[in-house]
Ligand binder design. Sequence first.
Ligand code: URA
Length: 195
Amino acid sequence: MENMDGLAVTECTRCPDLVECRSRIVNGTGPEDADVLFVGEGPGEQEDQQGEPFVGRSGSILDEKLRNRGLSRADVRITNCVRCRPPENRDPTKEELENCRGYLEREIELVDPEVIITLGKVPSQHLLDRDVAVTKEAGQIERVELGGASRSVLICVHPAATLYDRSQEETLDAALDKAATMAGGSSGQSQLGDF
Ligand code: URA
């Protein structure tokens, strides 16, 4: 695909605001054949600085929860709906999401994960292509056509949401339990067939 080298976007100037704000393009990380693919919204300041998704506060929460389940970043793939930091961490616009969509679809196609876990409202709505009440719908798995095939998408809250609302932590924990089972964490056997 144009502008991509494997799973990585090498150059892109489609979104003027983001090109102006970014220090770099932040591509997904983790195995190219991961069973579990987390999708966030877009890079924040830390991610923009370090060139990796989820390395700020939300990332620490995610890391700790993976670790508690016998997993690390090396076991899962983590990416975002947009790969460049929006100014003042605003939500990406519809146009920006669409500009970046082809890259995400291509990543999904190549990784071919068993489950895609959407972290928060923006990725949930973007991938399911409908309004999503994340807190209410978190934990649901829906089948969606993405990256050239029908995929399982597990709706999940954003890790940062657990900082402000402890009740959301249970939802995140439940999603990560499923992820751990599917990625073969300390809970033992992979149970891909269950999904
Ligand atoms: N939040 C996101 O949605 N993505 C990141 O990469 C970091 C924080």
